[in-house]
Design a protein around this ligand. Structure first.
Ligand SMILES: Cc1cc2nc3c(=O)[nH]c(=O)nc-3n(C[C@H](O)[C@H](O)[C@H](O)COP(=O)(O)O)c2cc1C
Length: 355
C-alpha cells in the first residue's frame, strides 16, 4: 500500500503527494473576482507542500453563489486573476485545482461572520433556484422550482466555467455535488419533489449530476483528471444513502470522473451528525471498495498519523484537509518529517535555513 507522501497519478497529472487542500470558501470576492487574498491564501498552501491545492467552491452562475462575496467563473473576465493563482501554485510544485459549484437553495445568504442567513433581493440578494420550492430553513430565502430551461442553463454554465478553468491553467476540476447545494438537492429525495424526469427514482434524481458531468468532461481535456465531491449520506432517514453514493460513483466513473471525494451532510439543518475524528473515512472506504473508483477522505483528519493511516490502510487514495490547513499552511512539510519522509518535502529555497 502507498503512504501519504507517495505520488498519485490521475490521467496525465501526478500529485506529488496525497495531501490535498480541501476547497474552502473565503467569501472575499467582489463580483466573483479573485484577488490578492486568494493568491496569498492558496499560494501559501502550495509553498507549504500540499500535493493538490483546490480553489474554493467557485460559482458557475451569479445566482449560484452562496453569498454575494463568493468566487465565480461565470464570465470571461474572471479568468485573468485565477490564471496568476494557478501559475503560482503550479510553480511551487503543487497541482492547481478548482471546485465548480452552484449553491441552489442555499444561495443568497450573508457571509458566515455576518450571520449566514438569507438576504432578500431588495437588499442585494437574489431568488435562489432549486429542484423544488422548498427552503433549506426558515432563515433562508425560499427558492423557485427550476424550469427545464433553468436546468439547461445550469448545465451550460458548468460547461462554460470548464472552458474558463482550462484557460486559467487549472489541472484538476472538482464538481461540487455535496453539502446540500444544487446538484445534491437533486440527488436527495428530501429536497427533490419533481416528477418531470429529474426527480422521483434514483435514475431521475442522478440525471442532473450525470448531465453536468458529461458537459464538463466534454470541455475538459482528456489528459486532465475530473473529481466529484459527494455527500455520501444525508444522515437522515429517507434521505440520500451510502448505497446510492456507491452506485452514483460507478455511474460518474463511466462518465469520466477519476476520483470521488467523500464528504457528507449539509442537505437539511436538522441532521444529527456525530462528527468524531475521521468520521467520514468509512464512506471513502466503502465507495472505493464497492465501486472500484478512487476516493479521497475528508473530515476531521488532522494528525499526520491519521492521514497516513487512511492511505496505508486503503481507506482512500488521498486525504483532503481543510481546517488543519488553516491552522498550519505548512502542515505537509511538518507531516513529511514526522512520518519519516523528510526527502518528500518541497522546501522553498528561500526557506531552507529554517528546515
Ligand atoms: C472555512 C471553510 C470553508 C469551506 N468551504 C468549502 C467549499 O468551498 N467547498 C466544499 O466542498 N467544502 C467546503 N468546506 C468543507 C471542507 O472542505 C471540509 O470538507 C470540512 O471542513 C471537513 O474537513 P476538515 O475537518 O479538515 O475541516 C469548507 C470548510 C471550511 C472550514
Amino acid at each position: 500500500m502507498p503512504h501519504l507522501f507517495d505520488p498519485l497519478a490521475l490521467r496525465s497529472v501526478t500529485l506529488p503527494n496525497r495531501v490535498g487542500v480541501s476547497p474552502m470558501c473565503e467569501y472575499s470576492s467582489e463580483d466573483g473576482f479573485a484577488n490578492d487574498w486568494h493568491l496569498v491564501h492558496l499560494g501559501s498552501r502550495a509553498v507549504g507542500g500540499a500535493g493538490l491545492v483546490m480553489v474554493e467552491a467557485t460559482a458557475v452562475e451569479a445566482r449560484g453563489r452562496i453569498t454575494p462575496r463568493d468566487l465565480g467563473l461565470w464570465k470571461d473576465t474572471h479568468v485573468e486573476l485565477l490564471t496568476g493563482i494557478a501559475r503560482f501554485v503550479e510553480g511551487h510544485g503543487a497541482v492547481p485545482g478548482i471546485q465548480l459549484a452552484h449553491a441552489g437553495r442555499k444561495g443568497s445568504t450573508s457571509v458566515p461572520w455576518e450571520g449566514g442567513t438569507g438576504i432578500d433581493p431588495a437588499r442585494g440578494g437574489w431568488e435562489p433556484i432549486a429542484p423544488s420550492a422548498l427552503a433549506f430553513s426558515e432563515r433562508y430565502i425560499p427558492p423557485r422550482a427550476m424550469s427545464p430551461d433553468d436546468i439547461g442553463e445550469v448545465v451550460r454554465a458548468f460547461a462554460a466555467a470548464t472552458r474558463r478553468a482550462v484557460a486559467a491553467g487549472f489541472r484538476v476540476i472538482e464538481l461540487h455535488f455535496a453539502h446540500g447545494y444544487l446538484v445534491h438537492e437533486f440527488l436527495s429525495p428530501l429536497s427533490n419533489g419533481r416528477d418531470d424526469g429529474y426527480g422521483g427514482g434514483f435514475e431521475q434524481r442522478i440525471r442532473l449530476a450525470l448531465e453536468v458531468t458529461r458537459a464538463v468532461r466534454a470541455g475538459w481535456p482528456d489528459r486532465l483528471p475530473l473529481l466529484a465531491r459527494l455527500s455520501c449520506t444525508d444522515w437522515v432517514d429517507g434521505g440520500w444513502t451510502v448505497d446510492e453514493s456507491v452506485e452514483l460513483a460507478r455511474r460518474l466513473a463511466a462518465e469520466g470522473v477519476d476520483l470521488v471525494d467523500c464528504s457528507s451532510g449539509g442537505l437539511v439543518p436538522y441532521a444529527k451528525i456525530e462528527a468524531v475524528p475521521g468520521y467520514q473515512v468509512p464512506f471513502a472506504r466503502r465507495v472505493r471498495a464497492e465501486s472500484g473508483v478512487r476516493t479521497a477522505a475528508v473530515g476531521l483528519i488532522s494528525t499526520p498519523a491519521r492521514a497516513d493511516a487512511v492511505v496505508r490502510e486503503g481507506d482512500a487514495d488521498m486525504v483532503m484537509l481543510a481546517r488543519a490547513m488553516l491552522r498550519d499552511p505548512y502542515w505537509p512539510l511538518h507531516a513529511a518529517a514526522e512520518l519519516g519522509h523528510p526527502d518528500a518535502r518541497r522546501i522553498p529555497v528561500q526557506y531552507l535555513r529554517a528546515f
